[in-house]
Write a protein that binds this ligand. Structure first.
Ligand SMILES: Cc1ncc(COP(=O)(O)O)c(C=O)c1O
Length: 398
């Protein structure tokens, strides 16, 4: 008798879909490593290095022995600085006890879902959505309920759509503005209308504001928790250091919520990861404390992103069959490629195969007929990649 095979994997392991954005990025990197000339628009991270003063503060902390466990929610100085930053940026009064520093905004989001949803609960997720939200809901035993908006409504959920999607089982709405993958930014009035429905129907809001500082055209973002006391009592704000300070590899996220939620999240984190890396937190502290240096770095990065945004948008608008909204936040454009009659996955696979250009299919974000293109890459890559994309599209039209 042959030995019995080992037991099967768990439901969680079998049901999880790996991140398609990371998969496309990995494929593009593998082709490049094999000597191929690839133009990749797949990355979800700034192509700038972490500012020097942040690295210096981290290195100094490491040298001085900040290498041990600290409080689960993060070092006191950093939680205070995060709390204070909400006062400065949005006039929101936050106590340090409402702040949890975690190993990445991704983990903050997951803990927020775990703290609010029980098995069988429903989570309303406006689509196009960041790839991880539905998977996080499923990992909590909850049921993701995507609600699709298209480019005709500027990729924004309407209050009517939200009202219709909420049932007796709905516990949570996940908002993400500025948005990944569309770059859409809700105005204050638009957010007020949506949050008004969430408050009336008494559900929690996970407001993922990780791109809050990456906006263009003089726009200012609205922090969802500032929309009145009832909104504040139901809102969990997630942000982090990855995007604003070019610190993706540092794995540092933040969560700000009502005290009971922050306490629950800290307790979950205490069993799942303990504190975020101790010396990395000192680097993050420098990002918030050394304001002038940080602002200068951010402005340099934003100026480059803005220039590339306009460059990419102009190039896409010149390709027959492609239409693209000019997004005002994050570092993505989400062009409509539905006129070519291919699924977004077929389009992306053929584009990578024929022209060595990597973009991410809209289907990964719950929106067929689009692709996501990141402009967090050099101007030269944008010019070359757009010429190849135009050539590819001409071939499809012919
Ligand atoms: C919408 C959104 N939220 C959260 C994150 C998580 O970022 P991190 O875990 O690096 O802090 C990302 C990263 O791609 C994102 O796009």
């Amino acid at each position: 008798m042959p030995p019995a095979p080992p037991p099967s994997l768990s439901t969680w392991a079998r049901n999880i879909a790996p991140s398609p954005t990371l998969a496309v990025d990995a494929k593009a990197k593998a082709l490049a490593a094999a000597g191929q000339d690839v133009c990749s628009f797949a990355a979800g991270e700034p192509d700038f290095d972490t500012p020097q003063h942040i690295k210096d503060a981290c290195a100094a902390a490491l040298q001085s022995g900040k290498t041990k466990y600290v409080a689960t929610s993060g070092i006191e100085e950093l939680r205070s600085a995060v709390a204070e930053s909400y006062g400065t940026a949005y006039g929101l009064k936050v106590a340090p006890g409402q702040v949890v520093v975690s190993p990445g905004g991704k983990f903050s989001c997951f803990l927020a879902v775990l703290a609010t949803c029980s098995p069988g609960d429903e989570v309303v997720i406006p689509a196009p959505y960041w790839v991880s939200y539905p998977q996080m809901a499923k990992l909590a035993g909850a049921v993701p309920k995507p609600v699709l908006s298209t480019d005709r409504s500027a990729f924004k959920l309407t209050p009517e759509q939200l009202d219709a999607a909420i049932t007796g089982r709905t516990r949570l709405l996940i908002l993400n503005s500025p948005n990944n993958p569309t770059g859409a930014v809700y105005s204050r009035a638009e957010l007020e209308a949506i949050v008004g429905v969430a408050v009336r129907r008494n559900i929690y809001i996970l407001s993922d504001e990780i791109y809050e500082n990456l906006v263009y055209d003089g726009l200012r973002t609205t922090c969802t928790a500032t929309l009145g006391p009832e909104a504040e009592a139901r809102t969990i704000i997630v942000s982090g250091f990855s995007k604003t300070y070019s610190m993706t590899g540092w794995r540092l996220g933040t969560l700000v919520g009502p005290p009971a939620i922050a306490k629950a999240v800290a307790e979950l984190q205490s069993q799942m990861s303990s504190n975020a890396t101790t010396f990395a937190q000192y680097g993050a502290l420098a990002a918030l404390k050394e304001k002038e240096k940080t602002r200068a770095s951010l402005e340099r990065m934003l100026a480059a992103f803005d220039r590339r945004r306009l460059l990419m948008h102009a190039g896409l608008s010149n390709i027959p069959g492609v239409s693209c909204l000019l997004a005002q936040g994050a570092f993505y454009l989400f062009p409509n490629i539905s006129s070519f009659g291919l699924s977004s996955l077929e389009f992306c696979e053929a584009l990578l195969e024929r022209e060595r250009v990597a973009v991410v299919p809209g289907s990964a974000f719950g929106a067929e007929g689009y692709v996501r293109m990141s402009y967090a890459t050099g101007d030269e890559t944008i010019v070359k990649g757009l010429a190849r994309l135009a050539n590819f599209c001409r071939g499809l039209k012919a």
